[in-house]
Design a protein around this ligand. Structure first.
Ligand SMILES: [Fe+2]
Ligand SMILES: [Fe+2]
Length: 337
């Protein structure tokens, strides 16, 4: 039974990495496997009900997948061939410099994004833990103090994968460096890292395949109902400026829902519970999202599949400083995209 579960997990994982239309040579090179190992893998996938085969296309051998998509619309006359697929990864609240930061989990998420062939990651703010001169307990809660140490850590340690870009906004914690010393995190991060692109303080916007995406880092406390504040936010957006996808950081919670034709995701964090949260009785959810969506030429989302990845206690390192001692920068060169 145990073996079956292991096999199924493995099959699910590898099946996700095999993209429809992907050159099999690329896949074999990426995972360093032979052709016979690949055919074995395909047999295993079929055995578990995942339909995949190899097809010849313009003298190239590619994967052919029979994928089922869940429509978010009741419209049945969607012409699939005209839809564009967008796959992105979303992370938030890394709080670099806090003693509870979990760089190894951020690395895991980026490695997974790369394995899936994703080249765009969105970060919804609170990259660093910030500067709080009025909180006397703060120095003990951080292993990196002040602007230079925290931003230096982002520049040196944030995962770097050739061909992958991270678009980010800054949140409430990042902004404390400006409030307490007029130091701008984005200025130095994006000056030193051309793979990290700044979209704005507290809010930012990006269009991918014409799908309008807004990133928000609201600040303030959490509402009783997870969807209440995001719903209010959507109501204040004029229809002209309304995004198709709204990503919200700051709450360190995880929730995905649709409201007024906007797909909305509250993005979990990648930092363990802090002393502040402990004192306030706030819960803290660690994870990330992988989004797979199909949109039409007007940027309307026709299929939307958010995949929530959550980390639990066994994934989280609570030994202080282990991240700093043990984790190397994730850097991948000569990538296969
Ligand atoms: Fe945060
Ligand atoms: Fe925040």
């Amino acid at each position: 039974m145990e073996t079956n579960n292991v096999n199924l997990n493995f099959v699910n994982k590898m099946y996700r990495y095999m993209k429809n239309g992907m050159d099999i040579e690329l896949f074999m090179a990426k995972f360093d496997i032979s052709y016979s190992e690949l055919t074995g893998l395909i047999e295993l996938c079929n055995l578990y009900g995942k339909e995949i085969s190899i097809q010849e296309q313009n003298n190239k051998y590619t994967f052919k997948k029979n994928k089922s998509k869940s429509p978010i619309t009741t419209k049945i006359d969607i012409d699939d061939s005209s839809l564009r697929q967008t796959e992105i990864c979303v992370v938030s609240d890394t709080h670099f410099g806090n003693i509870h930061n979990q760089l190894h989990l951020l690395n895991d998420v980026y490695q997974e994004a790369y394995n899936r062939g994703i080249d765009t990651v969105l970060h919804v703010g609170d990259l660093v833990d910030g500067n709080y001169p009025n909180r006397p307990e703060n120095p003990r809660q951080q292993f990196l103090h002040g602007f230079d140490e925290q931003v230096g850590y982002v520049v040196d340690m944030y995962p770097k994968i050739e061909g992958m870009k991270t678009y980010y906004i800054l949140g409430s914690h990042d902004e404390t460096h400006y409030k307490n010393g007029q130091a701008t995190v984005n200025d130095w991060v994006s000056r030193c890292r051309d793979d990290m692109i700044y979209l704005g303080q507290d809010t930012g916007q990006i269009s991918i395949n014409d799908v309008k995406i807004v990133l928000d880092h609201p600040g303030g406390g959490s509402a009783q109902s997870l969807s209440y504040k995001p719903q209010k936010r959507i109501e204040t957006l004029e229809s002209r400026t309304k995004p198709k996808l709204l990503l919200i950081g700051h709450y360190h919670k995880s929730y995905a829902f649709s409201y007024r034709n906007v797909e909305c995701i509250i993005v979990p964090c990648l930092c363990d519970k802090t002393q502040f949260q402990q004192k306030q009785g706030l819960s803290n959810v660690l994870g990330a999202y992988f989004i797979d969506m199909y949109s039409d030429k007007n940027g309307n989302i026709q299929y939307f599949q958010p995949e929530e990845i959550l980390f639990d206690k066994k994934d989280i390192w609570d030994e202080q400083g282990k991240d700093k001692r043990k984790v190397k920068k994730l850097e991948i060169k000569n990538t296969y995209y």
